[in-house]
Design a protein around this ligand. Sequence first.
Ligand SMILES: Cc1cc2nc3c(=O)[nH]c(=O)nc-3n(C[C@H](O)[C@H](O)[C@H](O)COP(=O)(O)OP(=O)(O)OC[C@H]3O[C@@H](n4cnc5c(N)ncnc54)[C@H](O)[C@@H]3O)c2cc1C
Length: 447
Amino acid sequence: MLSDLLTELPGRVITDPDVMAAYSRDQCGAAESGTAAAVVLARSTEDVQAVLRIASRHRVPVVTRGTGTGLAGAANAIDGCIVLSLAAMAEILEIDPLNRTARVQAGVVNGDLDAAARRHGLFYAPDPGSRAISSIGGNLATNAGGMCCARYGVTRDHALQLTVVLPTGAVTTIGATTRKDVCGLALVPLVVGSEGTLCVITEATVRLTRLPPARATAVATFASTATAVHFVAESLHEPAAAELMDRVTVRAVNRMTGMGLDEDAGATLIVQLDSADPDRSVAACVAAAQRQGALDTFWTVDADEGAMFMEARRAALPALEQLGSVLLDDVCVPLTRLAEMQQRIDAIAERCEVTIGTFGHAADGNLHPTVVYDPAEPGASDRARQAFDEILRAALALGGTVTGEHGIGSLKTAFVGDQLDPVGRELMHRVKAAFDPDGILNPGRAY
Ligand SMILES: Cc1cc2nc3c(=O)[nH]c(=O)nc-3n(C[C@H](O)[C@H](O)[C@H](O)COP(=O)(O)OP(=O)(O)OC[C@H]3O[C@@H](n4cnc5c(N)ncnc54)[C@H](O)[C@@H]3O)c2cc1C
């Protein structure tokens, strides 16, 4: 296999163990990773075809990789696999301002596409916290969410047409660049979120959105997370974002950034509103927050000031990581169960004697309870894992999902059977077999 790779893909194959190690893990510290046989840095769809033909011939697993920012171990190497990196395929091929679409190679970084779109009065709406470092291919494969998804939708809502390579090396273009298309089965929504298990995406045409006339930002503190999320469910209508941080998270963010956010409140909510009349929209939002028990409120229509508050929220995960080892959850529940979810998280923290900092996309019902622990402390790792698992079970008990946006990867496979019924899961395995009969793409992961 190795000699085939070296012959057919000269200059693109890495076998140095130290260099390969850098391509063997994503950002999920809790998931296992194996040792790859080789890493290939693809530069074209033809390179990807060659890799998949060789892998199929030798029945070698392939782990496709964007920029490795995933949080579920989905891009972690499997022993003996080929890690296929698309990061070097990073060209924005076309911005079409009138049709409001962009055609990009899979390795383009989300933030680069967004910046290019903004030069045309447009933006790329799916905005994961990792937008400065994650690739469009990875975003598609995980159906990434983000801050603005409550209003603008997740990655799947913006994917129009994909060029994909099947394990045989065959290339196909699925979907259409038009706003409407009902020709044949909808393969694009199926491939989006499939975590590298069905095919390799090499190119994508995605939808762009007109920049909103103005964006206002409101910050409100509440006595508890439960009160904050109650406000979100009751009173917020189509916010561009409604980002939540509990007290533990705010303290961690202050410690890391020195931002001086209110540490005494139980929860801080950052709401962004896209509106033609931002003053009126934000005033109404603040008044509603006050009626619903906000302790303190602040608002601004200054875009830079608003962006600064969102930066504080983006700092949540790195800030919690500075406190110790972390196990990051990604549960999503119906909005009406959000307060109950938080109460269960608090009870789990107490029962398992761990610290849990919770932040997340409140308007989507998507929380990231993050268990912080010191692995050197006897029993702490076990208690942290217990808390992590209990949070997943609590989300399921409330009619939610074990993953809102990060994916199952290799981290949460044990919980798939708790959420999906056997018939649905078997159907997924048959779909996988139709795309990948030899099971070489990210085997054993996702579903
Ligand atoms: C600080 C931080 C903040 C984050 N915030 C968010 C957030 O707000 N919302 C969110 O959803 N996620 C978030 N994430 C998680 C992560 O950034 C996303 O999952 C992202 O979509 C992964 O993109 P990637 O290019 O890094 O993919 P990778 O981690 O390299 O891969 C992820 C998965 O996609 C597959 N894959 C990658 N490229 C392709 C391709 N071209 N074809 C087929 N399969 C492919 C891989 O096999 C793997 O299964 C965050 C991560 C960090 C570190």
